[in-house]
Design a protein around this ligand. Sequence first.
Ligand code: BF8
Ligand code: SF4
Length: 618
Amino acid sequence: RPVEELTIWDDAKAMLRKARAEGIQTVHDRLDRQTPHCKFCELGTTCRNCTMGPCRVSEKNPLGVCGADADVIVARNFGRFVTGGAAGHSDHGRDLIEVLEAIVEGETKDYRITDENKLRAIAAEIGIETDGRPVMDVARDVMECFFADFGSRRKEVSFLARVPQVRKDKWAGLKMTPRGVDREIAEMMHRTHMGCDNDAPNTLIHAARTALADGWGGSMIGTELSDVIFGVPTPKMSTANLGVIKADKVNLLVHGHNPVVSEMILAAAREPELLARARELGATGINVAGLCCTGNELLMRQGIPMAGNHLMTELAIITGAVEAIVVDYQCIMPSLVQISGCYHTKFIDTANKARFTGAIHFDFQPRTAMKQAREIVSIAVEAFARRDPGRVDIPGEPVEIMTGFSNEAVTAALGGSLDPLVQAIASGDIRGAVGIVGCNNPKIKQDSMNVKLAEELIKKDILVLVTGCVTTAAGKAGLLVPDAIEKAGPGLKKVCGALGIPPVLHYGSCVDNARILQLCAALANALNVDISDLPVGASSPEWYSEKAAAIGLYAVASGIYTHLGHPPNILGSETVTNLAVSGLEDLVGATFFIEGDMVKAADMFDERIKTKRKALGL
Ligand code: BF8
Ligand code: SF4
């Protein structure tokens, strides 16, 4: 396919052309070679859960060897798919608890409790005594409580304290209350073993419970403890696109998800000895830039520049100016190792649970974090000497973006409470809000849908919150700066203009979708209604990952109407598909809707918001 069809961005097109000229294969080339995909797999009607199979079911052959039909097989596959995503987010969350443990036990001085107020606020919310107690005692109890949230002894995960009671009652009635993160994940693996849960709707209810354990459990713990350890994000300016890579500097890209590694890398990159060495080798400094979600984490808290989102990760290396790419886990294409090998770029992995053959490996630990980070940065600095200037081509000028919108920051900007936001929604200046989240997918022209949907919504006075890979998309499109109010409807323009904020707010990484959940719950509580009564929605136009499916499902199960740009692999079962796009409405007060046309999708949100506003008497 011509590069014009692959992406809307000039920086990407330039690097795709360079890749072709240099004979480097990218994700797009590999997709072409994999197309057409297996129809059974696309429909979700294949099963590999035992060795009586694998089985493929169809009209001609409707049952697997064990007798499972398309409904059962599709539900099981989707259940496991969502569970993969919930496991990813939640295991990330657990890593933060382990860092908190290392702090509490005095095993590390490299990490510390940066925001004691937030720690105490969280502790109070989850029922831990805070008055007059030393911070480390409170921290220890919070740590124990969150570890227990992963286990089997709880009736519900702690952060359900934030959920409106009506919603919790709904979950209880459906047996959808998330009890323990690991428990729901393990139970899904159990249910989908041959001969267990052979009732598709029942399997899907548990899929929703597992997703809720992610959103209100693993992810929320991840976000909240990241704030405690690294600080609550506050509004700040930064820049985005491949132009943030600097020809005269040592460029070190952080990629993956967890700030535990990338925060230390950034700190080490600011140390005078390493800077001095970089200068000795002819560089003017060390430039740490972000990719994907760990980039989002550092962008939110430290304002580092963003080199790109998912489909920019290969292309960033192709600039020829990247000394090292340091990864932790999730969404890291293994092809990055090969592409790094085409240049002087060092590919460094840092997690024992996410190793890449051919990478330089560090088993990154809280105890030794700073020492290891220094070694990693030093590898990047030394690689500068081996850069081939003849192969360097950095396209484009960086675009300005505003970031750092945590709920705390938004509340502070509103003068200390959410009341002004509630009033703006009541008056109709802000008609509603939609979170646009998730990924790129090489099957979709990169960021075409992410950007278009955001533009269409703000025109309709619908506030947009972005996380994950939609962040860089919105940023590159000029939507993350206060001036973007010129593209918004009159009401949104008035409110955002008065506050000096963009009509599209960057709310963090994918794990930080927990911030959006928390905001919805707070708004519902303020109005004394259920989350499903709010004029809000969620969307993942270009999603690809198991994690995005988990996010979508916890949004729907929390009562948020959720758009997907393309369907998951469930269309082989009418029962499962109907449940997803209509049946869930009766159960949880929200459904998915699938729409590939962003003008139509924005209209669907508009209709939904109208209905919800009317029901609220607005
Ligand atoms: O967790 S948006 S491509 S990087 S899955 Fe991955 Fe999707 Fe990006 Fe972050 Ni989220
Ligand atoms: Fe086939 Fe049933 Fe085994 Fe799946 S569990 S592979 S449908 S026999």
